[in-house]
Ligand binder design. Structure first.
Ligand SMILES: [Zn+2]
Ligand SMILES: [Zn+2]
Length: 185
């Protein structure tokens, strides 16, 4: 069952969904190093990313507050083929507002959310970036669903901030990843 949350939105200067041509930061430091590793809280699930990159976005929607049990979700978009998993994962599926299904993969032992894959996103996934072993070099490139953000979170005015989310979230994510591959070649 989907839970609907009241649309109480804080007044905040944001990019409205539909005008989502927020410039991606081309100067962003794209690569931390060629390989990165991570895993769940208990260590049963481990993964390696090749090539590694540092791009993440924050999503302040209520679903991400629930899944992260925090103030926002931190997503690192990437191709599924770039990551190798070891260990068992369980999956929880939920419908999205757009009619797609998001498959949410987590460690069945400790419950850490590892990654999400939308039914419409093809090869692209969202890794939950807090599971990386080294989170010190992450580059935040955008905020999504700032209408649901906690009031005490201050948004950097330099960063694109969407009232809800880009109209074509899947395409937007793939542009982030494609930008990386071109800047890295
Ligand atoms: Zn675990
Ligand atoms: Zn979200």
């Amino acid at each position: 069952m989907m839970v609907r949350y009241p649309a109480v939105c804080a007044a905040y200067p944001v990019i409205r969904s539909g005008s989502g041509r927020a410039p991606l930061r081309t100067q962003v430091k794209a690569m931390i190093e060629s390989t990165a590793s991570g895993g769940c809280q208990c260590g049963q699930v481990r993964y390696t990313i090749t090539p590694a990159h540092s791009i993440v976005y924050a999503c302040h929607c209520r679903e991400c507050q629930k899944q992260s049990s925090g103030a926002f979700g931190l997503s690192m978009p990437m191709r599924l083929s770039a990551i190798r998993f070891d260990g068992d994962m369980a999956v929880y599926e939920r419908p999205t507002d757009s009619g797609a299904v998001t498959a949410c993969f987590f460690c069945p032992s400790c419950g850490s959310r590892i990654y999400h894959r939308d039914s419409t996103a093809g090869e692209f996934i969202s890794l939950k970036a807090g599971t990386l072993d080294d989170t010190s070099g992450l580059s935040l490139v955008a905020h999504l669903w700032v209408c649901r953000k906690q009031p005490w979170i201050r948004i950097d005015p330099e960063l694109p901030a969407f009232d809800t989310q880009p109209d074509d979230l899947g395409h937007w994510r793939s542009r982030l990843v494609s930008g990386l591959s071109t800047s890295n070649s």
